[in-house]
Design a protein around this ligand. Structure first.
Ligand SMILES: Cc1cc2nc3c(=O)[nH]c(=O)nc-3n(C[C@H](O)[C@H](O)[C@H](O)COP(=O)(O)OP(=O)(O)OC[C@H]3O[C@@H](n4cnc5c(N)ncnc54)[C@H](O)[C@@H]3O)c2cc1C
Length: 378
């Protein structure tokens, strides 16, 4: 409501639409088959459509016509799939329900499944509508963005630290074939043959049929339904901290070629040399020539921030598929179990929740649950 870049009338309409979506969702109505575009009133200004289209593209990798309304609710953290320790305690009758303050969140996936339905109902009724609509009204969603201190490497180092010394990691060792006998996994073939009772595949699920010959045709057909999108991130190292990037959080350019930018050294100064600044500008790109897209991206950045060009000391362009499946209305996701016994798939094409590393982590939580159910994890 306070976002005065959009006409006031449109903001009121958007707020009403979000409230409606939020209420429907709170009553358990699944909005995953309705597109954001279908959900919108048809008399908004072009700026508002551009804005909604941009947000949809960054939440799912696809336009507002292909992004589901549900995705906006989850991706914008208006709905949550985690609760605080105090909320959990209150719901199972261990403490006072009015004390609902904590920074530690328990993902729903960690809770025993028989508690899900009743907890979800009570969470929605008691805590969520207020906290979420309040966040929306006050624009206080900054808390949902963060950056690991010392960057991604810190996460990797923590994982390495947690592993026992008996673990051996092989790098630069591509698995060329997954070995199967009598519909059960036997191991993998890489630089040599490794036999194993369990194989967990984390590459693109769409590539799995290349590694396993004996999959049923309908499984292979289903995997073809997974859709992806491509991203370009331009990293700029600035010789000094610029006043226009003096915030924590992100900024979105939503006209023409949209970007999502984040001055990540504001979260952790060690991500840039002393008194300098590192900013990442991410674009969703299509399959045109990469060089053309890179040029267009720089033009957009310099148009949005004419002052920035003369302060650039370092630049790096990174083109990737940031998540292995885009959350669209028709797009498919892979199951963690495959038709081959003890061959599992994990990663961002097996779970629709959240984005990026958080989504990859959700998939691991599900994987651990399934390994336990199958008696493969004690
Ligand atoms: C520039 C950039 C910035 C990003 N920033 C953020 C961010 O700030 N926050 C965030 O949450 N997310 C971010 N992401 C997204 C996040 O990194 C990914 O979504 C996440 O890493 C995907 O996890 P995954 O397990 O699905 O796949 P991956 O991380 O790609 O892991 C798959 C692994 O499987 C291995 N593999 C595949 N095939 C084989 C094979 N045949 N043999 C052996 N190994 C194989 C690959 O080598 C790889 O190590 C960013 C991504 C990019 C590109």
């Amino acid at each position: 409501m306070t976002f005065d870049v959009l006409p006031r009338k449109d903001r009121v309409l958007l707020f009403q639409i979000l409230t409606k979506a939020f209420t429907l969702s709170s009553f358990g109505i699944d909005l995953s088959n309705q597109s954001v575009y279908d959900f919108l009133p048809k008399n908004l200004s072009k700026d508002t459509y551009d804005f909604v289209d941009t947000i949809s593209t960054f939440l799912s990798g696809r336009s507002m016509k292909e992004t589901s309304a549900q995705r906006v609710l989850w991706g914008s953290s208006l709905l949550r799939d985690s609760i605080t320790q105090e909320q959990f305690d209150a719901m199972i009758g261990r403490s006072d329900p009015k004390k609902l303050q904590s920074t530690e969140l328990i993902p729903i996936s960690f809770l025993p499944s028989h508690l899900h339905a009743s907890l979800q109902a009570r969470m929605t009724k008691v805590a969520q509508p207020f906290t979420s609509l309040e966040r929306l009204a006050t624009n206080d969603v900054n808390g949902s963005q963060g950056y690991p201190r010392k960057g991604l490497k810190a996460l990797l180092n923590s994982i390495l630290y947690s592993l026992p010394e008996t673990v051996e990691i092989k790098k630069e060792c591509e698995v060329k074939c997954i070995l199967v006998q009598n519909e059960k996994v036997l191991g993998v073939e890489a630089d040599e043959i490794y036999t194993s009772d369990i194989v967990i595949y984390t590459g693109f699920a769409t590539e799995l049929p290349r590694l396993v010959e004996c999959f049923p045709t309908d499984y292979v057909e289903d995997l073809k339904g997974i859709v992806t999108s491509k991203s370009l991130t331009i990293w700029l190292g600035l010789e000094k901290e610029l006043p226009e990037f003096n915030y924590t959080g992100s900024e979105i350019w939503f006209k023409d070629f949209a970007y999502w930018a984040m001055p990540i050294s504001n979260y952790d100064p060690s991500l840039a040399p002393n008194d300098k600044q590192l900013i990442g500008f991410s674009f969703v790109i299509d399959n045109k020539s990469d060089d053309q897209e890179i040029k267009k991206a720089y033009d957009t950045i310099f148009r949005a921030h004419p002052n920035i060009e003369k302060h650039i000391e370092m630049h790096h362009e990174q083109i990737t598929i940031p998540e292995k499946a885009a959350v669209t209305i028709d797009g498919k996701f892979a199951d963690i179990r495959t038709p081959v016994r003890n061959l599992y798939v994990a990663g961002t094409d097996t779970d629709k929740r959240s984005m990026g590393i958080t989504r990859a982590s959700y998939s691991i939580i599900e994987l651990l649950k399934i390994l336990t159910e199958d008696g493969n994890l004690n």
